[in-house]
Design a protein around this ligand. Structure first.
Ligand code: 2BA
Ligand code: 2BA
Length: 109
């Protein structure tokens, strides 16, 4: 068994969850925050058999889009002055960042 952890943009999360459920995957959705943009994203945990990992990857690829996102200047007031960016910058946010981890044990009590 493998655990797929996929960080996706909030805009794609409902579509992705629907596609996963339609294809009989079990998944858990977590609200997460990107370290760089410091804005919300969504992390999916999908535990599945090894032979279904590729199918899950295809579903993720098909349902998550790359987007350009403008990072507004962030005031250092009350925040960390080290991360202060004085002008807006455009960054390309990927469709999905995906990690596949081995599962040592799986239990449901
Ligand atoms: P949910 O996805 O909301 O699922 C709630 C319950 O609905 C499940 O309980 C199961 O009894 C049923 N269920 C879910 N998907 C189904 C399907 N495709 N066909 C038939 N019945 C289905 P649990 O199995 O105890 O799971 C409780 C929660 O644990 C799940 O909430 C999900 O958030 C998480 N989970 C379970 N298996 C997972 C996995 N393989 N990967 C990631 N998260 C999992
Ligand atoms: P954020 O950390 O908010 O990053 C959003 C986007 O900003 C990134 O998109 C990337 O294009 C850019 N970016 C991030 N760090 C940067 C840096 N130090 N310098 C320049 N540009 C940078 P993605 O790479 O597609 O990542 C989207 C989200 O996926 C990330 O949100 C983070 O939450 C997660 N992620 C990406 N790589 C990860 C990793 N190795 N471990 C854990 N989470 C990761």
């Amino acid at each position: 068994m493998k655990m797929i952890m996929a960080v996706v943009q909030d805009k794609d999360s409902n579509r992705l969850m629907n596609a996963l459920v339609e294809n009989n995957f079990r998944a858990t959705k977590l609200a997460s925050t990107g370290g760089f943009l410091k804005s919300g994203n969504t992390t999916f945990m999908i535990g599945t058999e090894d032979i279904r990992v590729q199918k899950a990857m295809d579903i993720i690829k098909d349902n998550c889009q790359h987007r350009q996102q403008l990072v507004a200047p962030v005031s250092p007031m009350g925040g960390n002055a080290d991360s202060y960016v004085p002008y807006p910058v455009e960054v390309e946010v990927g469709g999905a960042t995906v990690f596949v981890l081995p599962i040592e044990q799986f239990h449901q009590f």
